[in-house]
Design a protein around this ligand. Structure first.
Ligand code: HEC
Ligand code: HEC
Length: 252
């Protein structure tokens, strides 16, 4: 695919790649380049970046990473795999087209340009925030706790630490639970230790460690408390984002 893609060709976005790239982006890039990739305090706009616009399947983003670039986890960017770079390329190209579609807001920079009333409606309606939060309960006074920029980061990516537990597991926050049901035995639930395509392990409530080799007969159900927030990155529009920030800031 890479060899055939010329500069005149359009990057054809692969939906599964966007999905995988979104995860890499949330874990390694979002704090600096912003949820919509349009830039934040510590990183430039990638939607208007010539590097991204010229990129085909990682051709230009890859070299930026190979050269050495900061990552949220503190890992070396040169160690990102070619597959991860192609996924990031899919995600960023997706963000470019997505932004063009909502072009009237393209230049909205100030996070406090939002409409708190519309934010409230989104919070209780389409945003489904009220399924887990309440303005008079857990989020009471949240506006006094964070300034607008931190607030935006908080609701887009509330997990306290990035990366995969390398730096002491993140110092707090809610843990990801997992329930494993072997074909032969009862279900075991506990705090997720590690999971990949081949293995899964957990620590149960008594602190005991369990590990399995994954197979089609082993049922695994992961319950990540931050899942709703990861999914927001795809779903939320810029307008929703600014409105929600304005609404949350009003909760003093
Ligand atoms: C700690 C903040 C930070 C993180 C994390 C970060 N970047 Fe950057 N990025 C920057 C800054 C600052 C620049 C501009 C200076 C430069 O080019 O190094 C930049 C520039 C870029 C550029 C070049 C833009 C241009 O037009 O020249 C690309 C592409 C890019 N970043 C992609 C990414 C990707 C993809 C990730 C995640 C894998 C990422 N960045 C993570 C801060 C960050
Ligand atoms: C399925 C449940 C769920 C949904 C839906 C959800 N959240 Fe959250 N939210 C969480 C969890 C879990 C945390 C992390 C709480 C913690 O770490 O103690 C969190 C954290 C937050 C925080 C940070 C609070 C703080 O004090 O640091 C904000 C702000 C927030 N969410 C806003 C929102 C908004 C706005 C929406 C809707 C657009 C939303 N959430 C939807 C579960 C959810």
């Amino acid at each position: 695919m890479l060899a055939q893609a010329g500069a005149a060709d359009k990057h054809i976005i692969d939906a599964a790649g966007v999905e995988r790239g979104r995860k890499v982006y949330a874990a390694e890039c979002v704090t600096c380049h912003g949820p919509s990739a349009r830039g934040a305090q510590n990183g430039p706009d990638l939607v208007r970046s010539l590097v991204v616009l010229h990129d085909r399947y990682g051709s230009d983003i890859g070299p930026v990473m190979k050269k050495g670039h900061p990552l949220q986890s503190g890992a070396k960017s040169a160690n990102l795999t070619q597959a991860q770079i192609e996924d990031l390329a899919d995600f960023l190209h997706f963000k470019v087209t997505d932004t063009l579609r909502s072009s009237p807001l393209f230049h909205a920079q100030n996070v406090l340009t939002g409409d708190a009333k519309a934010g409230e409606a989104y919070f209780n309606g389409d945003g489904k925030c009220s399924q887990c939060h309440s303005a008079t309960g857990d989020l009471k006074g949240v506006g006094a706790k964070y300034d607008p920029v931190d607030m935006q980061q908080k609701f887009l990516f509330p997990k306290p630490a990035f990366g995969r537990g390398g730096r002491g597991g993140g110092g707090g926050g809610k843990q990801t639970m997992v329930t494993v049901t072997p074909a032969s035995g009862p279900a075991v639930t506990g705090v997720l230790d590690k999971i990949d395509d081949f293995n899964v392990s957990l620590r149960d409530k008594d602190g005991e460690y369990h590990a399995w080799t994954r197979s089609s007969s082993l049922k695994v159900k992961v319950d990540d408390p931050y899942k709703a927030h990861y999914e927001l990155l795809d779903r939320i529009s810029d307008k929703n984002m600014h409105d929600i920030t304005a609404y949350l800031e009003s909760l003093k």
